[in-house]
Ligand binder design. Structure first.
Ligand SMILES: *[C@@H]1O[C@H](CO)[C@@H](O)[C@H](O)[C@H]1NC(C)=O
Length: 181
């Protein structure tokens, strides 16, 4: 695995980050806490549609932009939980606390992988602003928090797929480069 890491470094400094290979493990821990902190996830439809197209687009971008997308997504999700009143929901307080700490840690660790301070994705910002506005409009109702919790699961899952594709494509490039010798 060490040689893979060194190769990732050579390809793009961002991938020097050994931690990226552990991302999905820590994200799984975060997902488990998210599921356990409340009851069954709602099956209701969020009036703010899930931004699948953003995830499709980011697949075609450079690794650096993909990492920015992941970091900014984690950051926006974190902000929702940190800055808006959750008193309506009866989620387990300890689990919720650990969920938030883990989410924050995912973002912080990922930031250490990144050389840039840039924030690129405007549509992503718009999407999270809409989510926040619905929370505010409903005064942080149980229903709107449960929709956010459900969509958080979907986001964390989509972000895992993105991280897996970054790691796989780096590994594939490594294989094809080695094949040249
Ligand atoms: C994360 O969880 C999924 C589904 O439970 C599993 O398939 C995957 O192997 C896990 N990944 C890691 C790195 O633990």
């Amino acid at each position: 695995m060490i040689s893979l890491t060194i190769f990732l470094c050579a390809l793009t400094p961002a991938l020097c980050c050994d931690w990226l290979r552990h991302y999905n493990h820590y994200s799984n821990v975060t997902l488990t806490l998210l599921r356990q902190m409340g009851g069954q996830l709602t099956e209701d439809e969020n009036p703010v549609p899930f931004p699948f197209t953003l995830y499709t687009h980011v697949r075609h971008q450079q690794v650096d932009s993909q990492l920015i997308f992941i970091r900014d997504s984690l950051s926006r999700i974190s902000d929702l939980y940190d800055h808006y009143d959750r008193s309506s929901v009866s989620w387990d307080t300890v689990m919720t606390h650990h969920f938030r700490v883990n989410l924050h840690r995912l973002k912080e660790e990922l930031s250490t992988c990144m050389l840039t301070k840039k924030h690129l994705n405007r549509p992503l910002r718009r999407y999270y602003r809409k989510l926040l506005r619905t929370l505010i409009r409903t005064g942080g109702s149980i229903a709107s928090w449960e929709l956010i919790r459900k969509d958080t699961e979907l986001h964390l899952h989509q972000l895992q797929l993105l991280v897996a594709s970054i790691i796989n494509s780096a590994a594939n490039r490594r294989r094809s480069t080695l094949g040249q010798y």
